[in-house]
Design a protein around this ligand. Sequence first.
Ligand SMILES: [Zn+2]
Ligand SMILES: [Zn+2]
Length: 338
Amino acid sequence: MGEETSPDTAAAKFSHRHQPELKDLLSVSDLECSLCIRMFFEPVTTPCGHTFCKECLERSLDHRPNCPLCKQSLREYLKAGKYNPTLLLMEIMAATFPAQLADRKRVHEAEMAELSNLSKNIPIFVCTMSFPGIPCPLHVFEPRYRLMMRRCQETGTKMFGMCMYENGKSFADYGCMLEIQRMEFLPDGRSLVDTIGRRRFRVLRRGHRDGYNTADIEYLEDEKVEGEELAELQRLHECTYQQAQQFCEHGDATLRQILLHRGPLPEKEEDIQATKDGPAWCWWLISILPLDPSDQLRLFATTSLRARLTQLKHILTGILQGREYGHHLADLSTRGRI
Ligand SMILES: [Zn+2]
Ligand SMILES: [Zn+2]
């Protein structure tokens, strides 16, 4: 009897040959998330034992702090905010369906790339007027905006568009990109988001994605001038800045409150045409002046620094000549709530 016919070895070979492999026991549908009906991506398992893609579970928890399958409360789980990946499941997926897993990753990457585009289909937060260089603190509690903020973080852009509401349209034709600087998640899923205004844009086309507004946009850029025109612009700039200083120095109690909260008038910039949105102090001033939203929007939309300064000069002259304005100044300490 040779080794090959030894009963033990034969039995071992037999059983090895007929040992069903994991991938024969499983089908891809066993590895599907019940929320997106696709193969799990970054699966997490809740304390009640149910497994979902991390993103799918988070979106469900934006609406209700319960397990989407068994309805058990996940309030404490949400509060802890720790979504540890289900490693064994990830290993099983990699071992059994590597090709499908690679496809799933590619789909996710394509989605992330699409969400990272900052001119096509950008997320639009419809709330308030915001301005280049000016901080804009937000209190986020609507599920659609929780999703938007999370996506801005996950894609790494940390940017979204802010437009104010406009009657008859879903939002105004002009807006400002906001960059997330700090985000604090509250235990119940709401968040406090500190942002700062970046570039201005014009809306070309409106759209929707997963419950929030989106837009195709083009960025605005101040037209540059030179020669005698520039010299004249510099004189106008100098003169308007002096008026802005006077306005800040001679303000009433309301204005003093605002200055305390917002900080002083920003310094002049050496090159007034250095940035695409013009001097930062203009935006600071526009953000605190008692203006009608339509006037604010007009100042915002112009790409002529000369036009912006001329209008500001006109407004400041009116105020400095003694027109009452204090009661028009909004309470700027309030966070934009949405
Ligand atoms: Zn899913
Ligand atoms: Zn459950």
